[in-house]
Design a binder for this molecule. Structure first.
Ligand code: FES
Ligand code: FES
Length: 268
């Protein structure tokens, strides 16, 4: 058993294949030890190896940075042709690749964010054929012939989409990580309302366009989580674009003397 293990693994615990891969990547000496340290924490998949090695080698100026996917032979390659932000694109990807990874890793459209990668946070929301989809749960191969819009495709040149404008106006974000998904979701949500589609809390169905109550907007946006808790301002931004009316602020600056009076009242 021990002999067999030693046949397969060298002193660094590498198999012959892994050894060969490291040699091919030109990783030796210190950079190799540093790399193996990182791999120990990351797990030993060949793809992880490739990605970390790529970073190492690039940092050392040894190889040009090009997507690993383009150098690795694809096991189940499929060619997908679809429109992204109005432009016809064609990529060859592993049949298991998600739309999110295709957008971010292959098409350099990094606006769509990977939050949970499990369909639970909404950070990766994009619009496909006019409907919101979670790109982390959508296979790129299933997008053949579709028309996909990401956050990068909403503005027209220097002019922001009205929803983007409203998010800025109402400060509807803090860190901004969830914001591309929130905005894509909000844009598609308004189209759902125009089509008269009901949500779980819609009281009167059949209206086109549907008039969205605050609860209706909250319900329809419930798949988009904001860790910063910017929900009140997100709601205001969406309401303004939906109704076309400014959403009044519900707070006022304190007037001089008011705070003093409150302090005096409390100390009586
Ligand atoms: S990253 Fe897709 S839902 Fe969280
Ligand atoms: S603005 Fe930070 S997660 Fe939403």
């Amino acid at each position: 058993m021990t002999d067999h293990f030693e046949d397969l693994h060298d002193a660094e615990g590498l198999t012959a294949d892994e050894e060969k891969l490291l040699d091919e990547l030109g990783l030796e000496g210190e950079s190799r030890r540093r790399f193996l340290g990182q791999v120990g924490a990351a797990g030993f998949s060949v793809f992880a190896l490739q990605l970390i090695a790529e970073r190492e080698a690039h940092a050392a100026g040894e190889v040009p940075l090009e997507p690993a996917a383009e150098r690795l032979p694809l096991e189940n390659a499929v060619k997908v042709a679809f429109k992204v932000n109005g432009e016809q694109r064609s990529v060859t990807v592993d049949s298991r690749t998600t739309l999110l990874d295709t957008l971010r890793e292959r098409l350099d459209l990094t606006g769509s964010k990977k939050g949970c990668d499990h369909g639970q946070c909404g950070a990766c929301t994009v619009i496909a054929d006019g409907r919101r989809v979670l790109s982390c749960l959508t296979l790129a191969a299933a997008c053949e012939g579709k028309d996909v819009t990401t956050i990068e495709g909403l503005a027209k040149g220097e002019t922001l989409h009205p929803m983007q404008d409203a998010f800025v106006k109402y400060d509807a974000f803090q860190c901004g990580y969830c914001t591309p998904g929130q905005i894509c979701s909000a844009v598609a949500l308004l189209d759902e309302a125009k089509r008269g589609e009901a949500s779980y809390v819609t009281e009167t169905t059949g209206n086109r366009p549907a008039k969205l109550s605050d609860d209706d907007i909250r319900e329809r946006m419930s798949g988009n989580i904001c860790r910063c808790g910017a929900y009140p301002n997100i709601l205001k931004a969406i309401k303004e674009v939906h109704k076309g009316e400014e959403t009044a602020a519900t707070w006022n600056f304190a007037k001089p003397g008011l705070l003093d009076k409150e302090v005096d009242d409390e100390t009586v």
